[in-house]
Each structure stands twice: as C-alpha cells, then as structure tokens.
Design a protein around this ligand. Structure first.
Ligand SMILES: [Zn+2]
Length: 347
C-alpha cells in the first residue's frame, strides 16, 4: 500500500499517521444545509453542481482551520440517491467536480484528497447476494472516479451494516488506495448484529488501513466505544463524532429530545451543540486513547476544527484570528474603567 501520496509525492495518509495524529474534518452536509445549499431530508450534495463556489469556500475554511484531509463532497452522491432526486444523469459530473474542487483546495495547503463513499441504503442483509452486487457496482464507479481524479485515500463512512462496509473495503483495496472505514450504527452493534469493535476488526482484516467510528455519537458517548475499538485492532483508529451533547440515555444525536420532548434531529439540534472547547477536549482525549485520525462529523464547523488543531499543539492559518480576551474592552487586561462600569454584566 502506497504510504506516500501518488498524486503529489508528499506524505500520504499512512506516513502521516506514523508521525502524528491526522486531523480530519467533515460535516459538509450539515454545514452547507445551514447555509442554504443542501436540502435537509434527502441530503444529496447537489451544491457541487449548482453552487461549486460554496463547496470550495467550506473546504478552504476547514483547511485554514487545520484539516489535513479534504474530503470530496460525494456523500450521498451515489446512484441510488441521485436517482431519488431525478438527477441520475449527473452522477459522474457531480463526483468528478467534487473531487476536483477538493483537490484544488487540498493543494493550496498540502492536504490530502479523500474520495468519499458511504452507506448506500441499497444493501439488504436478507438478500446479501442480490444487493451486494448492486452496492459493489455503486462503490466501484465512485471509487473509480476518485482514482482518476487523483484521490490519496478513500473514506467509507457511516456504515451501519458490516456486510456493506466489507464491500467498501474490498472495492477500495482493489483500487489500490488506503481505505478508512468508519461505522455509525444506531446501537453498539451494527444493524447486522456485530459489536462495533468486532466490525472494525473485520474491516481491518478485509483490507481497511484505518478503522473506527464516525457520526451518530457525540464526544461523550463515542469515547468509551473508541477505547474498545482501540483494544480490538492493531491498525490506526479513526474517530469523527458529531459535535452534539449526547448522553448515556440518548447516546446518538438522532435520539436527542428537546425540552418539550420533541425529536431534535435533524433541524433542532442547535441547543445541543458542543462548544469548541468540548471538541478540543475530545481531540486531546482521543489522542490519549491512541486514536490516530481525529475529526468531526455532521454539525462540525471550522471553529471546532481550529480549536481541535490548537489543542493538539498546532498553529494553523486561522490561528491568526484565534480569540484573545486580553484585548476585550470589558474582559481584557486593560478593561479598567469599563470593567467597573459593566460590573453587573460580569457577575
Ligand atoms: Zn455525520
């Protein structure tokens, strides 16, 4: 497996993981939905075709915040979803454009380009033979475009069936790129009944170079599972939680209920959002556990990523504008008379 980037002859994913934590960043779907470019519900990345400048801008923001991997925005950009919204004919341009945009921004800051595949909703554990070949075809076409557009690795994410994740790992292995496989199950087992740490072990055995968890869980409920994954496998582990305050009672963000008992997912999650400091603490805790690939998923934004980068001891382009409360007119060192006049505000 190539340790260096074949596209740029710079350190590839595996070489970087040997040296240090690799900081990732995702959450394109939620962030671009908030900005008015993605429809919540179908969650198809049509923005890549309709407003590519918005995708480019968000990549740049994550890059400036310290992300070392630009993940092509092809999540749910697969045949099944494109058919659902009546744009199947634009499947290939969407994938190629997403990869080209991510490559362009990655090259601005020495980052890696990741192709991205995910759960297809076409896999059926009751019909593994029939559905597997369909899933395999969908992955092959997406991974094929990723290879042609110069991807350095492929991330296969939000896997909820082990059977489907193994197909993804196999297709990426065939393509000769490093593969990150992460699971996002609704419980502590995959939907096809395998404990997540064992699913990770199986994905690694099937050829994934990096395995772990993404999405669904916030930092608080992902960390205990990560510990189990870390002990189960020998390869690098990935962790990309959602930045929401999940709890043992509501361990996934889909389960969070607001004060009136209504489901908060996916449009009412704001009050549960983690602060940047909470994500920074997560990054440090995950590194301590031995997690090598650390990032954020749905809900994550550049301020989270910059705080994580800085907590890991890094200075990144956006650090130039990192907070400096010593210069604040009321909270700062020279607040003087203002601190007195605004004393009630400080109580
Ligand atoms: Zn997510």
């Amino acid at each position: 497996m190539a340790r260096r980037s074949l596209a740029t002859d710079s350190p590839g994913l595996l070489e970087r993981l040997e040296a240090d934590v690799v900081l990732g960043a995702e959450g394109y779907l939620f962030e671009l939905e908030r900005r008015g470019y993605v429809k919540s519900g179908p969650f198809v990345p049509e923005v890549v075709l309709d407003h590519p400048e918005a995708v480019r801008e968000l990549h740049r923001e994550f890059l400036r915040a310290g992300a070392e991997v630009m993940v092509a925005f092809t999540y749910y950009g697969h045949r099944e979803k494109m058919r659902q919204i009546g744009r199947e004919a634009e499947l290939e341009p969407l994938n190629r454009n997403a990869l080209a945009i991510a490559r362009e921004v990655a090259d601005e800051g020495g980052a890696l380009l990741a192709g991205n595949i995910c759960n297809t909703w076409a896999y059926d554990p009751d019909d593994p033979a029939g559905s597997s070949s369909r899933v395999r075809e969908m992955y092959r076409e997406q991974v094929g475009w990723a290879v042609e557009e110069g991807a350095d690795l492929v991330i296969a994410e939000t896997n909820d069936y082990l059977g489907e994740a193994l197909i993804a790992a196999d297709v990426v292995r065939e393509a000769g790129l490093p593969c990150v496989v992460t699971f996002a199950s609704i419980s502590e087992t995959t939907v096809d009944g395998v404990p997540l740490e064992q699913a990770c072990e199986r994905a690694a055995a099937a050829g994934a170079e990096v395995v772990g968890l993404n999405c669904s869980r916030g930092p608080a409920t992902m960390l205990p599972l990560l510990e189990r994954v870390r002990s189960a496998v020998d390869c690098p582990v990935a962790a990309q939680p959602v930045p929401f305050r999940t709890t043992p009672e509501e361990p996934i963000f889909q389960a969070l209920r607001d004060a009136s008992g209504e489901r908060a997912f996916p449009l009412g999650l704001d009050p549960f959002t983690c602060t940047r400091s909470e994500l920074a603490e997560f990054a440090v805790a995950a590194r301590k556990l031995g997690v090598g690939y650390i990032g954020v998923c749905c809900g994550g934004a550049p301020h989270h990523v910059r705080a994580m980068a800085e907590a890991l001891g890094r200075t990144v382009p956006a650090t130039r504008y990192s907070p400096d409360m010593s210069l604040h007119p009321v909270l700062g060192d020279d607040a003087g008379v203002h601190a007195d006049r605004f004393a009630s505000w400080l109580d």
